[in-house]
Design a protein around this ligand. Structure first.
Ligand SMILES: [Zn+2]
Ligand SMILES: [Zn+2]
Length: 188
């Protein structure tokens, strides 16, 4: 939805704080010999976020009524401060990610997974903001992300759902290749 300036940028403080707090507190409660397991859980959290990012964008943001209209508004006005309200995403993260992970694996490991997942989300909101608002010089990884996200905006619900990585678009064969699309549009 359309957020206020404060509401839009509050996410960075909210999630920056949550990620830092959870990262430090889970690591502090993990005995040093178990730090390998902690790192693995953290990495699994980030990786799981990329999967969630793809699936949420493909199936929820483009297909679920109400959410879909909001997302279309972003597609049409790329610089508008449209996003998920921080309180809502925070409640969802707590109930759907942190709580189950905590109940299954305990605070150190479950919390590390949730911290990694939330860190992935923080990267996502930062990158998505960046590709629409920052001047990015050609050549780097961020520029490639900007380019593929611009293709997503152009071709809409046809692919490039992943924002911070093209990995899942490759897995599910939704990576937009410009030449293919032009040929398809020309009826070849
Ligand atoms: Zn966008
Ligand atoms: Zn979209």
């Amino acid at each position: 939805m359309q957020l206020s300036h404060t509401g839009y940028y509050a996410d960075y403080y909210l999630y920056g704080g949550a990620v830092a707090g959870l990262t430090i507190s889970t690591l502090a409660t993990t005995p040093i010999p178990d730090w390998g397991g902690w790192a693995l859980a953290y990495g699994a959290g980030i990786f799981s976020w990329t999967f969630a990012e793809y699936q949420l964008h493909r199936w929820i943001l483009h297909h679920v009524p109400y959410v879909k209209e909001m997302h279309e508004a972003h597609h049409h006005d790329q610089k508008a401060l449209i996003g998920t309200p921080g309180w809502l995403s925070f409640v969802l993260f707590t109930l759907l990610v942190f709580l189950p992970a905590y109940l299954i694996a305990g605070f150190s490991i479950g919390g590390a997974f949730a911290a990694g997942f939330t860190f992935g989300y923080l990267i996502y909101i930062t990158v998505h903001h960046g590709v629409h608002h920052w001047r990015i010089r050609p050549g780097g990884y961020l520029y490639r992300l900007k380019h593929r996200h611009a293709l997503h905006h152009h071709f809409d619900d046809m692919g490039n759902y992943g924002v911070i990585t093209s990995f899942w678009d490759r897995v599910f064969r939704t990576n937009i290749k410009v030449r293919d699309r032009r040929e398809a549009e020309a009826g070849n």
